[in-house]
Design a binder for this molecule. Sequence first.
Ligand SMILES: N[C@@H](CCC(=O)N[C@@H](CS)C(=O)NCC(=O)O)C(=O)O
Length: 332
Amino acid sequence: MADGYRIIGAEMSPYSVKVRSYFRYKGIPHQWVLRNAASQPEFEKFAKMPIIPLVVTPDGTGIQDSTPIIDRIEKLHPEASIHPGEPVTQFISALIEEFGDEWGNKWMFHYRWGRDVDQISSAGRIARMRAPGASEQEHDAFTAQVRARMVDRVWFVGSNATTAPQIETGFREMLGLLDAHLATRPYLFGGRPAYGDFGLWGQFYEMWTDPTVGGLIGGGAPHVLDWVHRMLWPRNEGAFETWSALAPTLMPILTKQVGRQFWTWTLANEKALADGKDEFSVTLGDKVWIQKPQKYHARSLGMLRAKYAGIADKRDLDLILAAAGCLAGLRA
Ligand SMILES: N[C@@H](CCC(=O)N[C@@H](CS)C(=O)NCC(=O)O)C(=O)O
């Protein structure tokens, strides 16, 4: 086996760049391997699911799914920890990681495949990565194929005629809240990146590369823009902050975004799956959201519940989660 880890991924995959950012922060030797025809034999050998990133360990084991990848590597490389020290901030960081992976992906996917300009840009970049040596004609045909396939999939994350305006309004609100939070600190929880930064950032990084939403970030959220750049090569620049220092600008994110939208959606999605429904609707804020349930979400929700169960002293945490609308259903 080659020295170090190999990360088979793509620049356009939020979960791949999330894992790469983590490896860079930890200074763990690794190679970034593009997912294309050249890496196909290695991918087939080690992958159990057709998703990226795939991490191949130095002893020849394949690991997938960005959250368990980071959890596993963090056990082997615990310093500097990506988990803030207080029970409250530690769990809220895990909650934001999940929020980024699952809810942030709705913004990302929706904006990437919603408008012509973004579809053309994104499909073209994916086609070039997968087939770098293609002729112009082959490239155009492949781009058209990728575009058609991905546009046909936006429903999967819940983007449709009813939800599209809600996704965009929600994203713009989040951008403003995040910009205010990052105005006085380099990372979400203070002077160094936390678990939550990696999950949320993967989606923001992708959005920054896309024309429409990249313009919103670059044109209107200078602190988010700096964080998008900073997280490409994150560094330990200082200590984590306490909850009381973070709360003035982090609590609005928890309440308006994580609680009112993501957590309400999560519980409705879980119920729809349990009831065997083909479609569900749920009121988020003052708007009705409609979509087909997302199955894979159950797995990451289970991991988040295990993290909550692992927090020994939940007194302060429960008060904050209840105030933000994220406590119901965590104990299940
Ligand atoms: N929960 C997984 C999600 C991974 C995922 O959805 N990866 C996408 C790319 S970002 C993928 O490989 N999709 C299959 C495909 O595009 O064919 C994780 O966190 O790693």
